[in-house]
Write a protein that binds this ligand. Structure first.
Ligand code: MRU
Length: 365
């Protein structure tokens, strides 16, 4: 499928164009379905899938057709809005009881990114607030809330970019790990939002993208996305990062996060912790960029963050081809936790914070 023109971005496209100038749409509501760019096919094929029920939405999250913490939160919100449309119930109690299994199905898809649970809880809370209204109005309210979650996410990414780009000096080499871009969010990106803004300001930066084994979000997604915007990017394998730091090619590291604990410990794609240690050894600042929906104030430290263990075939196979010795024991944790002491600053839509000062991002009670 060819890239879609800017004027065909989904919801309320007139206001979205200003927020999301990219030539792809990660998630949107389209003709009564949840439309996703299928990230498992990138970069070879740009194709969109329409999820027409909550089972399809859950499958898309589990199989990483949509991935990245904010993007799965937005997708789950739309999944609940979709499930709500398909409930037939007379009164609120029956409606809510019928909706809950869909919320639970979506919550069971992936355990680490807190944005998923944040979005599901926000949708459930809205339904409860609207309980006195007609069922049709509740359904409409849930869809509007999903649109709001998407719109707010894009706006937060632009704010992260605005607050963060000043941390990057013109002429810098910037290392990033995994994909924390428009593909991982409603649009623009968190870590890549900061990089995009630095590029818009200076036109003089060089991104180094770790390929990000085992399933190559860096080489498949980050390079594709940056090349759409003509931002200079060099792909390296994960084990080259130390070399390029030693060669003084990298002046800062910037990554996204799946969940940040109250003390500033940050879970992100497996391998991020190693990058942070390397950065410290080389005296290079290591930044985390994430919206406040990624901060889990309910947990004191990163030790409480559940780490997803994914299919071992992601390690043993490259596409269809087996690349390891048949029968070998394999481990595949999808995330690791970078202790706060390695993080120079956490960039949110509210500003740049030392990990110990995250409190300003705490939601009002
Ligand atoms: O397994 P994935 O691809 O969902 O992991 C994604 C990451 O680790 C991202 O860096 C993180 O979600 C931040 S996205 C803005």
């Amino acid at each position: 499928m060819p890239l879609r023109p800017r004027d065909r971005l989904g919801v309320d496209s007139s206001s979205f164009i200003a927020y999301n100038p990219h030539m792809f749409t990660t998630v949107e509501w389209k003709d009564g379905a949840v439309r996703l760019i299928d990230q498992t096919l990138l970069p070879g094929q740009v194709a969109y899938i329409d999820c027409k029920d909550v089972a399809a939405v859950a499958e898309a999250i589990e199989s990483l057709r949509v991935r990245g913490a904010p993007a799965i939160g937005i997708t789950a919100a739309y999944g609940i809005a979709l499930a709500a449309q398909q409930v037939s119930a007379e009164g609120f109690d029956d409606f809510y009881t019928a909706l809950l299994p869909s919320c639970e199905r979506l919550a069971a898809t992936r355990p680490t990114a807190v944005n998923l649970f944040w979005a599901i809880n926000r949708m459930k809370a809205l339904a409860l607030r609207l309980r006195e209204q007609e069922i049709s109005a509740i359904k409409e309210g849930l869809l509007t809330e999903a649109h709001n979650i998407l719109r707010e996410d894009i706006a937060m990414n632009h704010a992260i970019g605005r607050f963060g780009f000043g941390l990057i000096q013109p002429g810098s080499g910037i290392l990033t790990h995994c994909n924390a871009g428009g593909l991982a969010t409603g649009g623009y990106g968190t870590a890549l939002g900061v990089i995009r803004r630095a590029w818009e300001e200076y036109k003089d930066i060089q991104v180094y993208a770790d390929e990000t084994r085992p399933i190559l979000q860096g080489s498949r997604l980050t390079t594709w996305e940056l090349m759409q915007d003509q931002i200079p990017v060099t792909l390296i394998t994960d084990n080259m990062a130390a070399y390029f730091m030693q060669q003084k090619k990298i002046q800062c590291c910037i990554v996204g996060a799946d969940r940040i604990a109250a003390n500033g410990d940050a879970a992100n794609k497996i391998g991020t912790y190693g990058v942070a240690i390397l950065a410290k050894e080389h005296g290079i600042p290591f930044y985390v960029a994430a919206p406040s929906s990624t901060i889990d104030f309910a947990i004191a430290s990163g030790a409480e963050i559940p780490i997803e263990e994914r299919s071992h075939s992601e390690v043993s196979h490259m596409g269809e081809k087996e690349i390891s010795t048949k029968g070998v024991t394999i481990a595949n944790p999808a995330f690791d936790v970078t202790p706060a002491k390695y993080i120079a600053a956490i960039i949110t839509e509210k500003g740049c914070f030392k990990p110990e000062n995250l409190g300003a991002n705490r939601p009002a009670e």
